[in-house]
Design a binder for this molecule. Structure first.
Ligand code: MLT
Length: 251
């Protein structure tokens, strides 16, 4: 399997995990200007971007195992782990698999709850639609909810989504449907944690972020104005402040 990753900057290692259906380019502002004192490691999940899609289910655990393998390869015993939306599900799965590797958690526009029966059926419908007709309908349905109206990054986000392989998108949709409740692992997590949410996010809104914050002892909550589901892209400066603060708490 080819598992592509970016590795930029110098300092405390931070693994950033992208959402669905994106790739490492969804961290473009941070990759272009890594915050001072931070080394960013940003993979493409299996099948997305420049990573290949191995056979078998693309569960959150499988994506987390891929990332743990990369940390082994890079010789990194522990890192700050951050994830946006589906990337947050993968960050929680990684914490479950190997909590000692996680020196801090950054949960961005994500949630701890699994899908209900209706949600699982929707994932399967999305997977079948994408396999039959490509990602167009998914992109058109998601795009208005991802960003604030007139966001300058809209064309960039749309192109990134339209470029993803249908097989990978379908596999990840089915993978998300099988994810488990993150409550137990989050309530046991003892390291620093920051929860971030775009003020205009309707996919994983403020209530989901508040619920996440209530699960992790000492977690801070950061609501980013002028952003919806992808605050690191819409408001990179405000996002970077939170990232730097969290990294400082792990020192
Ligand atoms: C994402 O941005 O990764 C997705 O909205 C997550 C999801 O569909 O649950």
């Amino acid at each position: 399997m080819t598992y592509f990753h970016e590795d930029v900057g110098e300092g405390t290692p931070v693994l950033l995990l992208h959402g669905f259906p994106f790739d490492s380019r969804s961290f473009a502002p941070q990759l272009a200007h890594p915050p001072e004192g931070v080394r960013l490691i940003v993979p493409d999940h299996r099948g997305f971007g420049r990573s290949s899609l191995p056979p078998g289910p693309a569960t959150m655990e499988a994506m987390a195992e891929d990332a743990l393998g990369l940390l082994d390869q890079l010789g990194l015993p522990s890192v700050v782990v951050g994830g946006v939306s589906m990337g947050g599900y993968v960050a929680i799965a990684l914490t479950r698999l190997d909590p000692g590797r996680v020196r801090g958690l950054l949960l961005i526009d994500t949630q701890s709850l699994p899908d209900d029966a209706e949600g699982r059926e929707r994932r399967e419908r999305v997977a079948r639609e994408v396999e039959a007709h490509g990602v167009g309908e998914l992109v058109e349905g998601m795009l208005p909810k991802l960003l604030c109206p007139d966001a300058p990054v809209r064309a960039q986000v749309e192109a990134m989504m339209r470029g993803q392989r249908p097989a990978a998108v379908a596999a990840a949709s089915r993978g998300m449907a099988t994810r488990t409740d993150g409550k137990d692992i989050l309530s046991r997590f003892g390291g620093p944690c920051a929860v971030v949410v775009g003020a205009h996010d309707t996919i994983t809104p403020l209530e989901k972020a508040q619920q996440l914050q209530s699960l992790v002892s000492g977690a801070t909550l950061h609501v980013i104005d002028g952003a919806a589901h992808l605050p690191n892209l819409e408001q990179p400066e405000a996002f970077d402040v939170v990232l730097r603060e969290l990294v400082a708490r792990t020192a």
